[in-house]
Design a protein around this ligand. Structure first.
Ligand code: HEM
Length: 101
């Protein structure tokens, strides 16, 4: 485990950024590239360990069912504007994703 060189003072706040977990350059070759077939070391989108997402099987099932239907109905679906990410502290997510069909 990497130890960061930082002096903490009493009263400092420490934030653990789950949002960065899948973009760790020490773990992934192309950390900022969206690649659904990335493989290799496990992805951390559903967390890990004791608090691993309890809804992960449901979410995976929903995506496995819904995404093929979406792409079948809209074969020309594409992103039409630069995605806007939400200014949230804990979870990384989109504020706005504009598409055209
Ligand atoms: C794509 C969809 C989803 C993503 C990316 C996701 C992501 C996550 C992540 C990263 C955590 C760990 C949080 C932490 O360690 O602090 C988590 C926990 C959790 N998720 Fe999800 N989740 C999704 C869908 C769902 C669904 C559909 C449900 C319920 C039906 C759900 C219920 C929960 C619960 C209850 C926890 C807390 C587990 C615990 O603390 O022991 N999630 N989720």
């Amino acid at each position: 485990m990497r130890v960061f060189d930082h002096d903490f003072k009493r009263g400092d706040s420490v934030g653990l950024m789950l949002a960065a977990a899948n973009r760790d350059p020490e773990r992934y070759e192309n950390p900022n590239q969206f690649d659904v077939a990335r493989g290799g070391v496990g992805q951390l989108g559903f967390g890990a360990g004791l608090h691993f997402c309890i809804g992960a099987p449901l979410a995976r099932l929903e995506m496995a069912i819904a995404l093929p239907i979406l792409f079948e109905r809209f074969p020309d679906l594409e992103i039409s504007e630069q995605p806007v990410y939400a200014n949230r502290y804990h979870f990384h997510g989109l504020e706005k994703l504009m598409v055209q069909v």
